[in-house]
Design a protein around this ligand. Structure first.
Ligand code: GLN
Length: 308
């Protein structure tokens, strides 16, 4: 690899300066007021090395709404607990459709295409909830442990807002339940899912929490969460499905496993080397952060650190 750790800090400053001069920044998600109020000029970026050393620039310590970035961690926790039977309930193919789409579910018998579209994430959270009795709580506990930030919490206002504007997720949940693919009562599942999406965390927190995927399944404390093969599987699904119907373009531009959320965060993994998290609340039409994708594009271009 071309980069070594001492080069990350100047590199982050260079990327932030380039982002600063970008004219087009997208629009914050507007389906709930809490996200619509975000300033698209905010920008943060963090890089965490395998040993937990973390570098950052801009708003890298500012907590934001994790939203669909959380789907990586619920997938990891459920896969670690249940193993391959999960794949009888959710697929592993890119959908080519928006993250909240219903269209493929009917002709695929209530089995969502992948764990990162909303339908698939609902199945994963449902199964994790069955196994733990508290999916959002298990997620929060994991994020706190991996980030070293015991203060991580659900933003209850965002969660209430998600619930008040949750008709489409409710439709997805009930539709899949009609095929027998949801085990918990749908309202219980939705409450868990909305809390999961409403966890606030910073770029520093999320870059650190993603570390197990760069360490081939090993947690921050040195214990193993999952097999090396399972970590590879999650990275592969992030690459092919992590940015929804823009996953092809993200792979082309960034060349890393990545996962976006409508809060404007994106996590990315350089297996065996480091993890990244960027935050910029302005989204493109597909729901991915405009400045976040641009910053990751610059990072891999300038360092040569990519899975390709
Ligand atoms: N809470 C959002 C939803 O379920 C998460 C979507 C996203 O971040 N892409 O619609």
């Amino acid at each position: 690899t071309m980069a070594s750790s001492h080069t990350f800090q100047p590199l982050l400053h260079r990327i932030a300066a380039e982002i600063e001069s970008m004219p087009v920044r997208g629009r914050p998600a507007d389906y709930i007021p809490a996200l619509a109020a975000c300033d698209p000029h905010r920008f943060g970026m963090a890089v965490a090395e395998l040993d937990g050393t973390v570098y950052g620039v801009g708003d890298w310590r500012q907590p934001f709404s994790t939203q669909s970035v959380s789907k990586v961690f619920t997938l990891a926790l459920d896969l670690a607990l249940e193993g391959d039977t999960l794949w009888e309930h959710v697929g592993r193919e890119p959908s080519g459709n928006p993250f909240n789409s219903l269209v493929q579910l009917e002709y695929e018998n209530g089995i969502p295409r992948n764990p990162f579209i909303n339908a698939g994430a609902l199945v994963v959270t449902d199964r994790l909830h069955t196994r733990t009795g508290d999916a959002a709580g298990a997620l929060l506990e994991f994020l706190r442990a991996e980030s070293g930030n015991a203060g991580l919490a659900v933003d209850k206002g965002v969660a209430a807002s998600e619930s008040a504007h949750g008709d489409r997720n409710a439709a997805l949940g009930h539709f899949m339940a009609s095929y027998g693919n949801i085990g918990n009562p749908v309202p219980v599942l939705l409450d868990q899912y909305f809390r999961q999406c409403s966890i606030e965390a910073s770029c520093a927190d999320l870059a650190l929490a993603t570390g197990f995927l760069a360490r081939h399944g090993v947690r921050a404390d040195g214990t193993r969460l999952m097999t090396r093969s399972q970590a590879k599987q999650i990275n592969a699904i992030m690459l092919t499905c992590g940015t929804y119907d823009a996953a092809g373009d993200f792979a082309y531009r960034v060349g890393l496993p990545g996962k976006s959320g409508v809060g404007g965060g994106i996590i990315a993994v350089v297996p065996g080397h480091c993890t990244l998290c960027v935050w910029g609340p302005g989204l493109d039409e597909r729901g991915n952060s405009v400045t976040g994708v641009a910053a990751l594009d610059r990072f891999t271009t300038l360092t040569g650190l990519s899975v390709f």
